[in-house]
Design a protein around this ligand. Structure first.
Ligand SMILES: [Zn+2]
Length: 448
């Protein structure tokens, strides 16, 4: 079957995205200039992502872009990084690839999109852990990468062997699908041999990137990295945060919080980072919702630095397989902060502090699989950088992968996630044994 992606199809996809309940109505102009023609060769494909890189740079977010194309050579969808817009963090998980995969799942049926094995993902920058997990979950035919990222990229050591994924089936899957095409250049900095799996045969003999295009994908990202990091690093220090339970019930922060999460502020842990069994009913209720939403009965609670329950989320995997409870928790919290700031509520982040001061508690611990990898990666993106070391920001109740397995996996992730002076994405069993027992007894056991 031949798919011809005309402008009208792409524009209707944009309107679906703009109307999405998750993304709200602020992303209505992100890629409407993508009027696809057929792609002829790797240079052509990477050039298309470079166009998205420019739009990301113009928006003031990390300069990364990507595209989904079908194995007949047609552009299906283009997207760029949307972590920052209006000089605010819009969504720490809004990397190009993660958004494209959500879009793919959300629209696969209604737009009659090709099956994953007939989709090629092209990206200007090596995928991070979150996006790699998302990509491996989707199972696309080929992943074509332009620039390297030696800090957060899954191919951080440039070996195309993916040691972070060793001991899992994900490693073989990445080795069989990720391509780092040759770069044809006369300089050492902007040329390379091809590594990874050979690119899809649909690219014919045109299997290399020209050095100017490669340089743009590489240098544009480098140029925005520090700028954007500084711009979004404006949160108040922890000792200036205020307890949202002191808010009047008519305060816009209170109103927005309760509208988004009706259980917000109904529970407060006896000590901020150590919830007790009183949290269990909220996690169990959300886990039941998670099963109804196509998940395996997990849930994530977010406590603030005062121990208050801010939200508890189910996943939404019937809509998109990568919408795990944690992904929706971190996206939901960012959206709350973003919308309040856009509405001019200047003290919003004084009551809803940076997520590095919060505690995320899973009902059931992550597994070492693509969704677990995506969650570990999203935790890194949420934290953005070094985190307070006097607490465990990331906890679970019922164990699935063992603590030793989770620790070894976290230690092997790219430097951004595993260096001592960086994010440190470790997840630990929660300390309160009564909470664990209540979850073990009460969580739904339905198997997907
Ligand atoms: Zn990413």
């Amino acid at each position: 079957m031949k798919f011809t992606w005309k402008k009208g199809v792409i524009l209707s996809a944009v309107s679906i995205l703009a109307g999405s309940a998750i993304l709200g109505n602020v992303l209505n102009d992100v890629h409407v200039d993508a009027v696809p023609t057929a792609i002829n060769g790797i240079q052509d494909a990477v050039h298309e992502t470079a166009d998205q890189v420019l739009h990301a740079s113009d928006q003031g977010t990390f300069s990364v872009g990507g595209m989904l194309m079908d194995t007949d050579g047609n552009v299906v969808y283009t997207q760029h990084n949307n972590v920052v817009t209006n000089d605010l963090v819009f969504d720490p998980t809004a990397h190009g690839e993660r958004q494209m995969i959500d879009w793919y799942y959300e629209n696969k049926e209604s737009l009659d999109l090709p099956e994953p094995e007939k989709i090629i993902l092209v990206t200007s920058l090596d995928p991070c852990a979150m996006c790699t997990g998302s990509i491996l979950q989707a199972g696309f035919a080929n992943v074509v990468v332009s620039a390297n990222d030696t800090y957060a990229g899954i191919n951080y050591d440039k070996s195309a062997l993916f040691p972070s994924l060793s001991g899992t089936s994900m490693q073989a899957d990445a080795q069989a699908s990720f391509s780092y095409p040759a770069v044809l250049g006369s300089t050492a900095k902007f040329s390379r041999e091809a590594t990874g799996v050979p690119v899809s045969p649909i690219f014919g003999d045109n299997t290399a990137i020209e050095d100017q295009t490669y340089a743009l994908t590489s240098t544009a990202f480098d140029a925005t990295l520090n700028d954007v990091s500084n711009k979004i690093n404006t949160d108040l220090p922890e000792d200036q945060l205020l307890d949202p339970k002191m808010l009047a019930t008519t305060d816009p922060i209170y109103v927005a919080l309760k509208a988004a999460y009706p259980h917000a502020l109904e529970y407060t842990a006896p000590s901020p980072n150590n919830p007790d069994e009183g949290l269990a009913p909220y996690l169990i209720e959300a886990a039941e919702q998670d099963i109804a939403n196509g998940g395996d009965g997990n849930a994530v609670a977010l406590l603030d630095r005062f121990g208050n329950l801010i939200m508890v989320t189910a996943g939404n995997q019937a809509v998109s397989e990568i919408q795990t409870p944690f992904m929706l928790a971190t996206r939901g919290y960012a959206k709350l902060r973003y919308n309040l700031q856009m509405d001019g509520v200047s003290n919003a982040t004084q009551y809803l502090g940076h997520p590095k001061y919060n505690t995320f508690i899973y009902a059931k611990g992550p597994e070492i699989n693509p969704q677990g990898l995506a969650d570990f990666g999203a935790f890194g993106s949420t934290m953005e950088g070094a985190i307070p070391t006097d607490r465990t920001q990331f906890q679970y109740g019922v164990e699935r992968a063992t603590q030793a397995e989770l620790d070894a996996f976290a230690d092997g992730l790219p430097p951004f996630y595993s260096d001592d002076d960086s994010v440190n994405v470790h997840i630990k069993e929660t300390a309160n044994q009564d909470l664990i027992a209540a979850l073990a007894a009460g969580l739904p056991t339905t198997i997907k």
